[in-house]
Design a binder for this molecule. Structure first.
Ligand code: SAJ
Length: 402
């Protein structure tokens, strides 16, 4: 069986590699020539534990080959980004559409076409229309489905195989055909549904997490005013057998949770009130944190007659990763630097060696030297630092929670 993966990014590449390890001949396509070159050289262009060796193996035994354009296959997978366009967070389907148009000439009766990219409801039907407009003779002869991924970066190899998956075809034969494909390497349960439900399911999963984090962040605003430790509060409330509140942080980052809810709110603005509010709460959390830091700096200067030394702890968008994209911590650091009027600000990120904008300081040294310590990302090593009353500590991510 031959499979063509359109997009060799954080999801497409690992999926292509896993498929290639299961007796599938994989043709991987990326518009970035550098990605194609690296992949064919057996070099991983993303960071994912354990995946590098697997890539070398499938490239050297010929089961994975990368190129800049598609080739004839039995199954085609669209694993490209779906960013925003305009200023109202409208989803931009141009990559999915371009990838689809690129494979249309190769399609033949019996083939499977799958979209994995996070997409607004109706996208799979829209792409089916596009395919049949160009190739009307394929109507009812090919299988078209939507099958979102659910993997957590850092644990991709395990989750790609063991997570349950939702698979929705444009008709039942399509759902069955797609399930047949995924059953080759997925050990989790495959759940059949229709394409629209599968699309909405992906958006729902990430919106649900965003809403739950917004609840925790809202509690952090309330507790700050009420003089209550929010971490203690949540831990106590979670002792109730049917309560499970998530953790507040300095905002929500990454490319999924802070993005996918907009695919619902932009299409259903009248109905998606709670989802839209949660987005605003989580975005506001980063501004609220930045303001708290700036105020602490000003107060220190007033009280001590000199500028404070400040340690900003953590730049990544979540604990124990090196991914800084869409990071609220990075946003807060930049904002504080712009309004700090020459205070000495040390930036700490133990998971990376250097950064093109921030000069990085070792976390122990920064903690030791700082008058004000701001915890932005709950990296594990920070938890070893001793609590002290001699510094002003702004713990936005619960480093010192019990
Ligand atoms: N966060 C909090 N409080 C929490 C949990 C997380 O503030 O209690 C913050 C994190 O610090 C981070 C952001 O939320 O800034 C997102 O982190 P995350 O670990 O919740 O999620 P992602 O973006 O790494 O991955 C998510 C996952 N989705 C869900 O958990 C529902 C993953 O399974 C998806 O595959 C991925 O999105 C995706 O690709 O959609």
């Amino acid at each position: 069986m031959k499979a063509c993966f359109m997009g060799l990014g954080y999801i497409g590449l690992p999926t292509a590699i896993i498929a290639a390890r299961h007796n599938i001949k994989v043709h991987g396509v990326d518009i970035n020539a550098d990605v194609v070159e690296k992949t064919n050289a057996g070099e991983l262009h993303i960071i994912e534990p354990g995946l590098g060796e697997m890539l070398k193996e499938v490239v050297s035994n010929g089961s994975l080959y990368a190129a800049s354009s598609p080739a004839e296959s039995d199954a085609y997978f669209m694993v490209v980004p779906t960013p925003f366009k305009g200023n109202n967070h409208q989803p931009d389907l141009s990559y999915v559409e371009a990838a689809t148009r690129a494979v249309i000439p190769f399609l033949k009766a019996g083939d499977l076409y799958v979209i994995e990219s996070t997409s607004p409801v109706g996208t799979t039907e829209k792409m089916a229309e596009l395919i049949f407009a160009e190739r009307p003779e394929l109507k009812d002869k090919i299988y078209i489905a939507y099958c979102p991924e659910r993997v957590l970066p850092g644990n991709v190899i395990y989750e790609l195989v063991h997570n349950d998956r939702v698979i929705g075809g444009i008709d039942e034969p399509s759902t069955r055909k797609a399930m047949e494909f995924y059953s080759i390497f997925v050990k989790g349960t495959l759940h059949p549904t229709n394409a629209r439900t599968a699309e909405m399911c992906k958006l729902t999963e990430n919106s649900s997490r965003d809403v739950q984090i917004a609840f925790a962040n809202e509690l952090s605003f309330i507790c700050d005013k009420a003089g209550i430790n929010v971490w203690d509060l949540i831990s106590l409330a979670n002792k109730h057998p049917r309560v499970n509140i998530l953790q507040p942080g300095c905002g929500v980052g990454g490319h999924c949770i802070a993005v996918d809810p907009y695919f619902i709110t932009s299409a259903y603005p009248e109905e998606a009130k709670l989802i839209a509010t949660a987005r605003r709460v989580n975005d506001y959390k980063a501004d609220w944190c930045a303001e708290k830091v700036v105020n602490a700096l000003l107060r220190f200067e007033l009280e001590h007659g000199r500028k404070p030394v400040v340690a900003m702890m953590g730049v990544a968008f979540k604990p124990d990763i090196d991914d800084l994209r869409e990071s609220p911590a990075k946003y807060i650091i930049t904002k504080v630097m712009h309004s700090s009027n020459n205070a000495r600000i040390m930036v700490v990120e133990p998971n990376i060696k250097e950064h093109h904008v921030f000069k990085l300081t070792d976390y122990r040294e920064a903690y030791d030297k700082a008058d004000i310590v701001v915890f932005l990302t709950a990296h594990t090593p920070f938890r070893q630092l001793p609590w002290t009353d001699e510094k002003i500590i702004l713990d936005f991510c619960g480093i010192f929670k019990k």
